[in-house]
Design a protein around this ligand. Structure first.
Ligand code: ADP
Ligand code: MG
Length: 628
């Protein structure tokens, strides 16, 4: 509890005590007035002051003003009727403040809880100086420095292990509970907790550019991207409050006027009282507080699962996803190709692999990385010049003075070369040296473990259609799709054609409210990630491009998290709607009952505070992710 909250609680308790005293003491009514007023002012002086400021600033419809008018009006009526019963006015103010107190406490606490859930911010980095460990601010560590991470500490900055081996808990980043092992040469990312051994890490990024900083920035900015429900509520609140205030005015003036002019029955003070009840009902607090809190909780719960959602608007879109489009390589498959054959080459196999690995030395494509691994020796990048990459086709370059090309049939066609087709199953990399076809390397990729379950889980999560887009050969694509139970496949697409396909799919949807998600690894599919209703990037551990382009980032490459993300978003949106319907329903019921004189001010304030408490508690539910 903050100091301010403690002070508020004290005021509430004192005021409540005074109110009880005023009711229990066996003294004449008039004598109780000072007690009532003391109770009223103790708990409400700041409201009165803010209301006065509001009037001076000509912002009449703020909550404080409404509460001040309602309670002062009730006091005025009690004086006019000579009942001297101020219980109602004091109680309304008291309960209003209790509600405000609860709200501040609950919202503050749950916000803290949510950020604590993702407690990944490292406080320091250890640097070795003269054989001693010194703690420094991670911000001060330069790229290429050696930092020491002891067991139990968080890795503060992204880097590569120079010395030692250990197990890492990546849970805070990925929601994954099984520790990962790491040893010399492995890339490690900040935010993981080192479990067993001492690690010396050479940093590869500055702290500000490291994974933790990026993630925290994302989550902190997420609430600034408003969803449509949030915008609806703030627009609604702007209309609702004045509307109720004007109806209160009408309620106070019209019936007495009718009595005066037409002789209708009814005491004017009765109508004034009903109008004051309206004022109490006119604050939209439950909605204004609980809706953003629900989204925040949803985003927090998702990041705890390793699903980063960049804004409430994306959370909302995610909940409406009915079509999921996948990229193949690196998304559904591991993107780690094994060489399964080398055909029709005039060169020795090793020589051909060497050419391929060298010409691929600058590419970030999974195929290129796999070929470099298959070659398995240190690459001398000095032997390669003029590297050019054709997205979705392959690469060309000059190796040891020879023009080398490696890629698919599209690249061969572009270069005007004849190629030999491969009849085996797998991805094919055709090669040409000095303008002459030099055979092909057959490589094959493995499906990611659990990806079949992931596709099935999507169907349970309400996704109707799954589509696979790939630049790879048709045969490979169709086999993977059939294996995984994906409905539709389009193969041999250039990155630009993937965008077109996605646009066609979006144009062809039956219900305009349905949304399409594209899931990719961020390597040459960034345009599609950006074009789809919602872009989900996989394999994001460390890949900046993907984090940048996507709306949702899956921290571990687990495709199952797509369904989890959709489920979380659905639950969150359901909670938002529950709160909207519930809060508005109770408000309107109170308005009608208040106008008829059935609900009094007590009922109104109870309804208001009660609805808010329930709505906030309901909002916090969005944090918890149902396991399936
Ligand atoms: P995917 O849709 O499966 O992710 P890409 O669009 O990245 O595939 O690439 C499509 C095809 O283009 C690959 O299957 C491969 O044939 C060819 N290709 C792309 N980049 C390279 C590369 N660096 N080396 C060789 N072939 C490549
Ligand atoms: Mg790809």
């Amino acid at each position: 509890m903050t100091k301010k909250q403690k002070k508020m609680l004290t005021r509430i308790l004192i005021s409540a005590a005074l109110l009880i005293l005023a009711n229990l003491l066996p003294i004449p009514r008039l004598w109780k007035i000072p007690l009532y007023l003391a109770s009223y002012l103790t708990v409400g002086y700041d409201i009165l002051r803010k209301a006065w400021k509001g009037i001076c600033n000509r912002r009449p419809f703020d909550e404080c003003f409404l509460m001040a008018v309602a309670t002062l009006g009730a006091i005025g009526l009690a004086v006019y009727e000579r009942s001297w019963d101020f219980n109602e006015a004091v109680a309304v103010m008291l309960f209003y403040q209790i509600g405000e107190f609860f709200q501040a406490y609950a919202v503050g606490k749950s916000r803290r809880n949510i950020t604590e859930l993702m407690d990944i911010r490292p406080d320091y980095a250890n640097i070795e100086e003269d054989g001693k460990l010194v703690r420094v601010d991670p911000d001060e560590v330069e790229v290429g420095s050696i930092i020491v991470v002891q067991p139990g500490e968080k890795i503060p900055i992204d880097g590569v292990v120079e010395e030692g081996s250990s197990m890492l808990n990546t849970g805070a980043l990925t929601g994954e509970s099984v520790p990962r092992s790491c040893t010399v040469g492995d890339e490690v990312i900040s935010g993981c907790i080192n479990l067993v051994g001492v690690l010396k890490i050479r940093t590869t990024r500055e702290f500000g550019e490291s994974t933790v900083s990026k993630i925290l920035e994302l989550v902190e900015n997420a609430s600034s991207r408003k969803s449509r429900s949030e915008e609806f509520i703030s627009r609604f609140a702007r209309v609702y409050t004045p509307a109720v205030v004007y109806s209160a005015l009408a309620l106070a003036l019209l019936p007495p006027l009718g009595r005066l002019l037409l002789g209708l029955p009814g005491e004017w003070s009765t109508w004034l009282y009903r109008a004051l009840t309206f004022l109490v009902i006119s604050c939209p607090c439950a909605l204004v507080v609980s809706i953003p809190l629900s989204f925040f909780a949803g985003i927090g719960g998702a990041s705890h699962e390793g699903i980063l959602i960049k804004g409430s608007n994306y959370l909302e879109t995610l909940s409406q996803v009915k079509t999921v489009v996948f990229d193949k390589t690196g998304t559904l498959t591991q993107g780690v190709f094994e060489v399964s054959g080398i055909h029709h080459s005039p060169f020795e196999d090793l020589k051909l692999l060497e050419y391929a690995a060298l010409v691929e030395s600058a590419s970030a494509h999974p195929i290129s990385r796999s070929l470099q691994r298959a070659w398995g020796r240190e690459l001398d990048r000095g032997r390669v010049e003029n590297i050019q990459e054709y997205s979705g086709e392959g690469v060309t370059g000059t190796v040891d003075g020879h023009a080398v090309a490696a890629g698919n049939t599209k690249l061969m066609r572009r270069l005007g070369l004849a190629w030999k087709d491969c009849h085996s199953a797998g991805t094919v990399v055709h090669l040409a040296v000095d303008g002459v076809y030099a055979g092909h390397i057959l490589i094959s990729d493995l499906e990611k473990p659990g990806v079949r379950d992931a596709v099935r889980a999507l169907k349970t999560a309400g996704v109707r259609k799954t589509v696979m887009l790939t630049g790879d050969r048709k045969a490979v694509a169709e086999q993977v799709a059939a294996d995984l139970g994906i409905h539709e496949v389009h193969a041999e697409l250039l990155p630009g054609e993937k965008v077109e396909r996605v646009e066609q799919l979006m144009a062809g949807r039956a219900d305009p409210r349905e949304r399409l998600a594209f899931v990719g690894d961020g390597i040459n599919d960034a345009p599609v990630l950006a074009r789809a209703d919602i872009g989900i990037a996989m394999g994001a551990l460390g890949s900046d491009a993907a984090i940048e382009a996507a709306d949702v980032v899956l921290m571990d490459d687990d495709p199952k998290k797509i369904a989890t993300g959709i489920r979380i978003s659905r639950k969150c949106i359901r909670i938002v709607y529950e709160n909207i319907v519930f809060a508005l329903g109770v408000k309107f019921a109170c308005l009608i009952l208040g106008a008829l004189g059935i609900a009094n001010m007590w009922a109104a304030i109870f309804a208001d505070v009660g609805v808010m408490v329930i709505a906030v508690l309901n909002a916090i539910r969005a944090l918890r992710v149902s396991q399936e």
